[in-house]
Write a protein that binds this ligand. Structure first.
Ligand code: ZN
Length: 168
C-alpha cells in the first residue's frame, strides 16, 4: 500500500471552502496551519490553482474561490461527509475515520460513493436492521446521519495532523 505523500488541489480547495464558510476569509497562513504544511507550499499551490481557474489569489487580500473552485470544493465536502459517516457507522474510531476519510475522499469512484450513500440512507431508515450488527449500535446512538454532514475546520486540522504524523 502506497501512502499519498503530497496534498492535492482538492485538499486545498476543501480547506479554503471551509475557512471561508467558518471565518469569512481564507489567508495563506490559515491554510498552512489547517493542512499542516509550510506557507511556501501554500503559495506555490495558490499560484497553480489561480492559473487553473479555481481560485483568485491576491497575496495580501486572501483567497476567493471561483465558481469552478466552489463546485470542486463542495463535491469534496460531500464525499468527505459520506465516507466519514460510513466509517463511523462501521465502528471505526473517530481519529482513524478522520484520517482515512481524507485519504479515501480524493480517490473514490462516484459509483462507489453512490452505493455507500444508499447504504447510509437504508441504515437510517431501518434502525432494526442496523442494530443486528454490533458495531452499528454505536453509530445508531452516536452519530445520526446528517448532523455530521458538514466538515468543520477543527476536523480538517486534526485529520491533516494525523495524516502528517502517519507519513513521517
Ligand atoms: Zn476531507
Amino acid at each position: 500500500m502506497m501512502h499519498r505523500n503530497t496534498l492535492n488541489k482538492e485538499d486545498y480547495l476543501e480547506v479554503i471552502h471551509t475557512l471561508i464558510k467558518e471565518k469569512g476569509y481564507a489567508m495563506n497562513i490559515d491554510i498552512a496551519s489547517h493542512l499542516h504544511v509550510r506557507a511556501s507550499a501554500v503559495t506555490a499551490m495558490m499560484r497553480r490553482l489561480d492559473e487553473d481557474g479555481y481560485v483568485v489569489y491576491e497575496k495580501y487580500r486572501g483567497i476567493t474561490l471561483t465558481p469552478e473552485g466552489k463546485k470542486v470544493a463542495k463535491s469534496v465536502v460531500n464525499r468527505h461527509s459520506i465516507i466519514n459517516r460510513f466509517l463511523r457507522m462501521l465502528g471505526v474510531d473517530e481519529e482513524t475515520a478522520q484520517k482515512d476519510t481524507e485519504a479515501i475522499e480524493h480517490n473514490v469512484d462516484p459509483k462507489t460513493l453512490h452505493r455507500i450513500d444508499t447504504l447510509l440512507k437504508f441504515a437510517e431508515e431501518n434502525p432494526e436492521w442496523v442494530k443486528k450488527y454490533p458495531p452499528f449500535k454505536e453509530y445508531h446512538k452516536g452519530i445520526t446521519g446528517h448532523e455530521k454532514a458538514e466538515v468543520t475546520l477543527s476536523d480538517l486540522k486534526h485529520a491533516h495532523e494525523l495524516r502528517r504524523g502517519s507519513r513521517e
